[in-house]
Design a protein around this ligand. Structure first.
Ligand SMILES: [Zn+2]
Length: 249
């Protein structure tokens, strides 16, 4: 029951995040105004705003002009629903629930933004560092570890930025590294980075195998860093133990 409840809550939140991401991209205020069809411009009725269900009822089309709506909407709703259900253990206190909600929100919006534009915008990532870092310090209570993590995460990308004169990574990656650090802390930040590179190689090989890309194609890097950070955050200890048994430490 609690999983179903969290899933529905998450899916609804995901439908809000979709709107936020879209409007930040379009540089519009995300608090005022109603959602409208991007094709015919008609306002979406309140009874068509139920997450997942509305999409299924309308078969992913606009009620008025039959224009096909992006599958992004339902994918984000399903993903947010699943993420909420995964975080069931975090909804135990107000502070850790707020932390979990912030992580899911900032990560989903950053993921969507980077996926579509290859940009990690400061006006999302900087508030993210402050909110997530602050809440995490309250929940975990290890400010030194979090600061050290932020330092390592930022430095990791700063070095690459300086060595390549900004060709390999951008300034947004440095700030994203800091965000990873304030969430994961030291030394878990290195597991997050490691997972991103391992995951990135697997994704790249799969895409090349499927002939969707070539070795020179650019992959939006944050779309690897964010899921890797999330996995390291929730299951880092477990993965670390597993890795130690594998290499026989
Ligand atoms: Zn329409």
């Amino acid at each position: 029951m609690v999983y179903i409840f969290l899933f529905i809550l998450g899916a609804s939140w995901g439908s809000f995040l979709n709107v936020v991401a879209g409007r930040i991209q379009a540089k519009r205020s995300f608090l005022g105004g109603r959602s409208a069809c991007t094709h015919c411009g008609k306002q979406i009725c309140w009874y068509d705003l139920f997450p997942v269900l509305s999409w299924l009822v309308l078969l992913g089309k606009c009620r008025f002009c039959n224009h096909r709506l992006s599958t992004r909407y339902i994918l984000v709703e399903l993903a947010s629903g699943a993420l909420f259900a995964l975080g069931v253990g975090m909804f135990v206190s107000v502070a850790s629930a707020a932390l979990y909600l912030s992580v899911v929100s900032f990560f989903v919006v950053l993921f969507l933004y980077d996926f579509q534009t290859y940009i990690i915008p400061d006006r999302i990532v900087i508030p993210g560092i402050i909110v997530i870092g602050g809440l995490n310090a309250m929940v975990v209570g290890a400010p030194i570890s979090l600061l050290l993590g932020a330092l390592c995460g930022g430095a990791w990308f700063l070095v690459q930025f300086l060595v390549s004169s900004g060709r390999w990574v951008g300034g947004g990656d440095i700030r994203l590294g800091v965000l990873m650090g304030v969430l994961l802390g030291y030394p878990m930040i290195f597991l997050g980075l490691g997972l991103a590179y391992v995951g990135g190689s697997v994704v790249a090989l799969l895409l090349i195998a499927a002939k969707q890309t070539t070795i020179k194609s650019k992959i939006p890097f944050a779309t690897l860093l964010l899921p890797a950070t999330f996995v390291a955050w929730l299951w880092g200890e477990f993965i670390w133990e597993w890795y130690r048994t594998i290499i026989g430490l």
